[in-house]
Design a protein around this ligand. Structure first.
Ligand SMILES: CC(C)(COP(=O)(O)OP(=O)(O)OC[C@H]1O[C@@H](n2cnc3c(N)ncnc32)[C@H](O)[C@@H]1OP(=O)(O)O)[C@@H](O)C(=O)NCCC(=O)NCCS
Length: 215
């Protein structure tokens, strides 16, 4: 019995050493400011010139209860991850290059199901759906990016937004739940405000109002 216990402890320690000691990859010039909570370093890949500020919590969840996972957190080059950002991943979170994640943002691909009312949610099998954030996107302070969400290229997500639906390239989205408020119009070469009836466009001193285009 005791031997079994010792062998099990040793196995857990071996798994922990293998998974938590060394980054999956760590690009040139990247920096991590401690303290930080990091779990599953082996599953985390960081591009070049990326900075992770202090008190970040980055968890590649490779085991939970009796289940095991093969998570992948991948950050491109020149990504800023600011203070207290919380990233938890059991499947895949891909962050493009030149992305800024401002303080207190949550990005997760994990859901704790509550379907079975006889088992506490934290003990039910995790659900996970991949998340991606396109190149050049900025996530405002306190934003929440939920499982399964894809945010496109060069998007701006407002402070405290809760993103529950995909956001297309070149969009500004905000609110709870986040909705697209502005989009870049390549014909007019400017950002257009989107609402039910009109697209408004501001550029310098000019503000145009035109019929809403089909999405
Ligand atoms: C998203 C953001 C960049 C938008 O800036 P903007 O393009 O200048 O937006 P506007 O001021 O033109 O606002 C457009 C509309 O969006 C709304 N809006 C803007 N930001 C919002 C937010 N975070 N949540 C909810 N609504 C928001 C505005 O109220 C406005 O609504 P209206 O048309 O009904 O008046 C900005 O509001 C924001 O949230 N920035 C995050 C800043 C941050 O996190 N800084 C931390 C530094 S460490």
């Amino acid at each position: 019995m005791l031997l079994k216990k010792i062998l099990r402890r040793m196995h857990c320690l071996r798994v922990k050493l293998r998974n938590d000691l060394v980054w999956g990859s760590f690009g040139k010039g990247s920096r991590v400011i401690r303290p930080m909570r990091i779990v599953g370093k082996r599953f985390v890949h960081i591009g070049a010139g990326t900075v992770i500020m202090h008190d970040a919590r980055i968890e590649a969840v490779y085991s939970y209860g009796t289940e095991t996972f093969t998570p992948c957190i991948r950050m491109g080059d020149n990504v800023d991850i600011q203070q207290r950002v919380h990233i938890t991943c059991a499947e895949s979170i891909i962050i493009g290059k030149d992305v800024s994640i401002l303080p207190d943002v949550l990005i997760t691909d994990i859901s704790h199901p509550y379907d079975d009312i006889t088992i506490p949610p934290k003990m039910q099998r995790l659900k996970h759906y991949p998340v991606s954030i396109g190149d050049e996107t900025i996530i405002g302070m306190g934003g929440r990016i939920l499982p399964g969400i894809r945010i496109g290229k060069h998007c701006c997500i407002g402070a405290n937004a809760v993103v529950t639906k995909d956001i297309p390239n070149y969009s500004m989205a905000a609110g709870i739940p986040a909705v697209v408020i502005k989009r870049f119009d390549f014909e007019r070469h400017g950002w257009c405000k989107v609402n039910d009836n009109v697209i408004m466009m501001g550029g310098g001193n000019v503000t145009l109002l035109c019929a809403r285009k089909a999405a």
